[in-house]
Design a binder for this molecule. Structure first.
Ligand code: GTR
Length: 471
């Protein structure tokens, strides 16, 4: 067959034009879907934080080279400015240091005791194929100077096959007790929940729609199999997590503590929501002290993200907690504020002013003026074991800042004669450092997964159960 050169050239040209057009089209679609995704994110931000300007997101630093030069407040210098060289001196300084965190960051937790009534409203030994006792317990708090009442519901799972008191993990959850397990007997909270259209939560009222939504964060059967109880409550039972949540929070029973926040024109108590969640964890421990099947002297606090902040603050204030775990707690949790990496004081106080004492926002872009930093919060756990964990892609939470804070707390543990040598270098992705201050860097994003729990269970085995299994 005779080949027509002109025809071949023409068809080649058409092919190249076609490929070119196709490439341009794909590129435009990519750009378009990128733009659509970004617009969706901004819309979501505006819905979640109508009080915050989107402009705060513009100057987020996720570049290690842009971390400013900073100097940490020396962990072995007392609040009065004296060097501390013994465990005794450290312990004598502890209350003053706690007062610094209360004054500048989280607010003062009231010491006033409320009247509390507990009631087991549901109980069954048939949970997890007869492996665990499930108990749902309401705690009803009553104000002393006002007639208000506030109710929260605890969910407890405890292994059936152990007769004596068992150690426990105690932590709050984000979306309601019914979301951490697919166990249909778990009751729905009656309190405000966040709308989550994607998971079928169409209003601020809990429904069956998102039962089990967060099971990936709570391998309860594995925890039970390892001989621990798991104790939780919905964090919104203590303080509904939004800028107008305070009137329906536990704060309302401490009415003397409420002051007006001029910036946001809402009532914000001098202590913030993180303070309320931390306080709540202590009240749950009060209940466990009365429950003979759980060993209240071996309870570890655990929390992810904002609840990791609460986990540290709760255990720092309440010496009865045997240990604390902070999972990806980030800014104003385990991460150093002075690094200004990822979420900064400015961002967090703009988005979540209700979490803190109103004074804290004055440190936005002035982190170096804070008389404290988060390594000292971790040190407040000493000599009790503490675990800080990061996600390698969780830049918002500043994994390196979390590690550096854990490592900067080490001199305090050394005062108690503990070995913290392993904390000199940040581990690689997927690696863990064990010891009185434990740390790991999980591969992946902001989450709490079975990988994390495996390490937490080994940590608890070592420090609360059997020293010989320590690695
Ligand atoms: C983010 C917040 C973080 C962290 C996180 C969470 O939006 O900026 O501080 O606490 O939420 O709780 O998942």
């Amino acid at each position: 067959m005779e080949i027509n050169e002109e025809y071949v050239m023409k068809s080649k040209k058409i092919t190249w034009i076609g490929i070119g057009l196709f490439t341009v089209l794909m590129y435009l679609m990519g750009v378009f879907s990128g733009v659509v995704d970004a617009a969706k994110e901004l819309w979501k931000f505006h819905q979640d934080f109508p009080h915050a300007s989107i402009s705060i997101l513009l100057d987020i630093n996720q570049n290690e080279e842009k971390v400013p030069a900073y100097e940490l407040p020396p962990v072995l210098r007392s609040v009065a400015g004296k060097p501390m060289t013994s465990a005794e001196q450290w312990q004598n300084n502890q209350q003053d240091l706690l007062a610094q965190f209360a004054k500048h960051i989280y607010g003062q937790t009231p010491s006033k005791q409320l009247l509390v009534t507990s009631r087991v409203i549901e109980s069954s030994k048939q949970a997890f194929n007869d492996k665990a006792l499930r108990q749902q317990v309401t705690l009803t708090f009553q104000g002393q100077s006002n007639s208000l009442e506030h109710k929260i519901t605890m969910l407890i799972y405890r292994p059936n096959n152990i007769s004596g008191p068992v150690p426990a993990f105690l932590g709050l959850n984000f979306r309601g007790n019914h979301t951490i397990t697919s166990d249909p007997a778990v009751l729905l909270t009656q309190n405000w929940v966040k709308k989550d259209v994607e998971h079928g939560v169409l209003s601020n009222q809990a429904t069956d729609a998102n039962r089990g939504q967060r099971v990936r964060r709570y391998p309860i059967e594995m925890i039970i199999d390892r001989g621990y109880a798991f104790v939780t409550a919905y964090y919104g039972d203590f303080y509904p997590d939004h800028i107008n949540g305070q009137p329906n929070s536990i704060h309302s029973l401490f009415s003397d503590d409420i002051s007006k926040d001029a910036t946001n024109d809402v009532n914000i108590a001098k202590w913030g929501a993180i303070g309320a969640w931390s306080w709540g964890m202590s009240r749950m421990l009060d209940y466990l002290e009365l429950d003979e099947s759980i060993d209240a002297s071996r309870v570890v606090t655990i929390g992810h993200s904002r609840l990791g902040k609460a986990s540290l603050w709760s255990a720092a204030q309440d010496q009865r907690f045997a240990a604390a775990i902070s999972n990806n707690s980030g800014s104003v949790g385990a991460a150093l504020s002075r690094r200004q990496f990822g979420e900064t004081v400015k961002i967090i106080t703009t988005m979540f002013p209700h979490w803190f004492t109103p004074e804290f926002k004055n440190y936005a872009e002035q982190e170096d003026k804070l008389p404290i930093d988060q390594h000292q919060l971790i040190a407040l756990l000493a000599p009790r074991p503490v675990y800080v964990a990061s996600g390698s892609k969780d830049h918002w939470a500043d994994p390196r800042g979390e590690f550096l804070a854990a490592s900067a707390a080490a001199p305090v543990y050394q005062l108690f004669g503990m070995d913290t040598d392993k904390l000199s270098t940040m581990p690689d992705v997927g690696e863990a450092i064990t010891g009185p201050i434990s740390y790991h860097l999980r591969d992946g994003k902001h989450d709490m997964l079975t990988f994390d729990w495996n390490h937490y269970l080994n940590f608890a085995d070592c420090h609360l159960v059997e020293k010989s299994v320590c690695q």
